[in-house]
Ligand binder design. Structure first.
Ligand code: PEP
Ligand code: MN
Length: 365
């Protein structure tokens, strides 16, 4: 993958050796509301004040944002409290207006990142601008779209770029509003180590009780900042009421975070780490060997099914197997969701191999 021209985050945000913090309401509602939150947040160490001016709502009829007037309020916050301000842009007109009002950072929302036409329109409008642009992951778990959006914005000459990890929409019932799927953020980091990733625990959690836990997980995998929706009166918020926290709670969450180092100079620690990693390598080799022999058995079953003209998928057997494995694993303290995902993946591969065997049958016939 080609290296992008990226200005290090510490040069544009001032966040050096610590996470970048963005806080503020989901939506700008009234001038009094945004000013009251800003007054509280100006006493804390946050890097950017956020407020949505144009709100992409899933269903029509909800509050869709205050529009251009809100940009005046953000400008006022900048002048009154010296806070840098940021908002979401989804169209070239939004970009033009935000730049006209001197908004310090723009972000592209999850519902926009999914659409390359929209991202390209935004990129075209950004040509020649020197503003940080933060790109949220798309609502579906597809790093291709995330990478594509980053590349389009970089190609427009924007160098102050960060990604925002806000989790993924899923039909499954989980504790989260948007499943974190941390692996995708880690994959993005591997592809673009130079691009900082800011975690958005608010949209992942969907409920304020989980914000601290998600923020800590983000710090534990070495993400570079947090965007936390903050409101003086969260329950009365016009959007995302359940997930917003008060400025006081924000302060508590930030103070509670344990920020870990990427590595250590402690020789004893490094030696034991090496030792444990060797054990992990050996275990992974065992897992691969077991998977290979399991797939061989699945292929043999496929042959039998073909000879006896039986379908590859037998729903009863699959339901029994999944439940049985979850039960067995749970007595060993393994998480149900984790085991379910592992066996779903294994089963998918077995079915794929057996279907290939069935197809050979058709070809040979
Ligand atoms: C938001 O930040 O308020 C927002 C709409 O987020 P997302 O695009 O992640 O849903
Ligand atoms: Mn929101």
């Amino acid at each position: 993958m080609s290296k992008l021209n990226i200005t290090p985050m510490e040069e544009w945000s001032g966040a050096k050796d610590r996470p970048l913090i963005i806080a503020g309401p989901c939506s700008a509602e009234t001038e009094e509301q945004v000013m009251a939150i800003a007054e509280q947040l100006s006493k804390q160490s946050i890097d950017y004040y956020r407020a949505g001016i144009w709100k992409p709502r899933t269903r029509p009829g909800s509050f869709e944002g205050i529009g251009e007037e809100g940009l005046r309020w953000l400008k006022n916050i900048k002048e009154t409290y010296g806070l840098k301000v940021g908002t979401e842009v989804a169209t070239p007109q939004h970009v033009e207006l935000a730049l006209k009002y001197g908004i310090d950072a723009l972000w592209i929302g999850a519902r926009t990142t999914v659409n390359p036409f929209s991202v390209q329109d935004i990129a075209d409008a950004l040509q020649g601008a020197d503003v940080p642009v933060l790109i949220k992951n798309p609502i579906n778990p597809d790093n291709g779209l995330w990478v594509g959006a980053i590349e389009r914005i970089a190609a427009a000459g924007i160098t102050k770029i960060a990604a925002i990890h806000r989790g993924y929409s899923t039909h499954e019932k989980t504790r989260f509003r948007n499943k974190p799927m941390w692996q995708l953020a880690i994959e993005l980091k591997r592809a673009f180590p130079e691009i900082p990733i800011i975690n958005d625990p608010s949209h992942i959690a969907g409920t304020r009780d989980l914000i601290q836990e998600v923020s800590q997980s983000a710090m534990d995998i070495g993400l570079n900042g947090l965007m936390i929706e903050t409101h003086c009166n969260p329950d009365e918020a016009w959007s995302d009421a359940k997930q917003q926290v008060t400025p006081d709670r924000l302060q508590e969450i930030l103070a509670s975070l344990k920020i870990r180092n990427v590595s250590s100079d402690n020789i004893e620690f490094n030696t034991s780490l090496e030792d444990l990693r060797e054990q992990i390598d050996a275990k992974d080799k065992e897992i691969i060997d077991v998977l290979a022999s399991r797939m061989n058995i699945a292929k043999q079953i496929g042959e039998y099914k073909r000879e006896n003209n039986v379908t590859t998928l037998q729903m009863n057997r699959w339901e029994y197997l999944l439940q049985d494995r979850v039960n067995k694993a749970s007595s060993l303290d393994l998480n149900d969701d984790f085991i379910r995902e592992v066996f779903q993946t294994i089963h998918k591969e077995s079915i794929k191999l057996q279907n290939e065997i069935m197809n050979n049958d058709k070809v040979n016939a």
